[in-house]
Design a protein around this ligand. Structure first.
Ligand code: ATP
Length: 361
């Protein structure tokens, strides 16, 4: 069974814990994306799974078997790197056949397999060309084809699409996802591109400073971020995160937000809140709606900048020195300098405690 597990996986470089107690459990057929800012330990985690980096502590298991002591080759995994690592002097067909030559297959079997995989990745017309004359998207497809041509235990991808332009990336995201879904292998993809993770992953592991902050489906990570870091990291434009003191609880929860008293409907979780304490109130830019006049619970802010984004418009507003981002349908005409009263959509509110942890409210 194709599975990848890590338990308490740790890597120290001198004083630095680059990976600090990472637990992952990737099922057969599942695509897990490791997502996080530069330097958070994604690549080091992947390299330890691959056997390209030694482990300081913890365990890696592939297909249920401990592999800490095994060489990369003995782990029987296929890797796709940011840099394609194709053999420049070999044709595409020869590049694809290369991993099969160690597998004791007949020439005819190899040819069949190469053709089959080339077909899947639409490489039939370029099989006899050398990588140097291929377009970037074709090179990327050859790299993916070469990874799947064998029947490895599992797949590891390191920023596979980072060299492609925006349009190609979009196309390749879909293609890779489709191909992986046919293969029933455990797959780990490292990326710092959240759109890539949101579209390709069955589950996303958000990392920071060597640790996992949250592992969940793309939808859950977006709808229920476990803490302020994940809330601010996932979603574009970024979620508005406003610090505010809870003034009182009287059916609604009144906060001092951006210098104003804003009362929010937090029925459900309000029992956990304590007046006088500070909280972080999160609201996504698409969860704020302009009202024609001030209303209970609305937040007043002045438009600083209007940024058209095609079908939508991104507004930057200011309230008491705080930047508030609002995304509106482009039909809403708003001018710089205008004062808006914004309603906060109940179902798009997120609340975090002083330790940054989510409060279900
Ligand atoms: P990026 O997206 O920039 O590649 P990453 O999340 O993949 O970042 P890693 O490359 O895993 O992060 O690096 C994690 C930390 O470990 C960083 O602080 C990095 O500088 C450090 N590091 C990585 N490899 C080494 C090494 N060989 N020696 C010393 N420090 C290292």
């Amino acid at each position: 069974m194709s599975t990848i597990q890590t338990s308490d996986l740790t890597k120290r470089f001198g004083e630095l814990a680059a990976v600090d107690g990472v637990d992952l459990d990737v099922a057969a057929g599942e695509v897990l994306c490791l997502l996080g800012p530069s330097g958070c330990g994604k690549t080091t985690t992947l390299r330890m799974i691959a056997g390209l980096e030694t482990v300081t502590g913890g365990e890696v298991r592939i297909a249920g078997k401990r592999v800490n002591e095994l060489s990369p080759a003995a782990r029987d995994i296929a890797m796709v790197f940011q840099f394609y690592a194709l053999y420049p002097s070999l044709s595409v067909a020869e590049n694809l056949a290369f991993p099969l030559q160690a597998e004791n297959m007949s020439k005819a079997e190899i040819e069949n397999r190469v053709e089959e995989v080339a077909g899947k990745l639409e490489l039939g017309d370029v099989l006899h060309r050398r990588p140097g004359v291929l377009a970037e998207g074709e090179k990327q497809r050859v790299a993916v084809a070469r990874a799947i041509v064998r029947d490895p235990n599992c797949f590891l991808f390191d920023e596979p699409l980072s060299r492609l332009d925006v349009e190609l990336r979009m196309a390749m995201r879909g293609q890779i996802k489709e191909i992986l879904s046919e293969l029933s292998k455990a797959t780990v993809i490292v990326t710092h591109d959240q759109l890539e993770a949101l579209t390709m992953a069955d589950r996303i592991a958000v990392m920071r400073d060597g640790r996992i902050e949250q592992i969940a489906t793309p939808h859950d990570i977006f709808a229920h971020p476990r803490n302020v870091f994940v809330a601010g990291f996932i979603g574009t434009p970024q979620m508005n995160l406003m610090q505010g003191k809870l003034l009182q609880l009287n059916g609604r929860a009144s906060f001092n937000l951006a210098g104003q008293e804003v009362s929010l409907d937090l029925t459900g979780g309000a029992g956990q809140l304590r007046p006088g304490d500070s909280y972080t109130v999160g609201i996504r830019p698409r969860g704020l709606e302009p009202l024609s006049e001030a209303a209970p619970g609305s937040l007043a802010a002045t438009v600083d900048l209007v940024e058209p984004m095609g079908a939508e418009t991104l507004l930057h507003l200011r309230a008491d020195g705080q930047d508030i981002r609002v995304v509106l349908d482009r039909h809403n005409v708003v001018h710089e300098g205008e004062r808006l009263h914004l309603a906060l959509a109940r179902d798009k509110l997120h609340l975090f405690g002083q330790d940054g942890g989510r409060i279900e409210a």
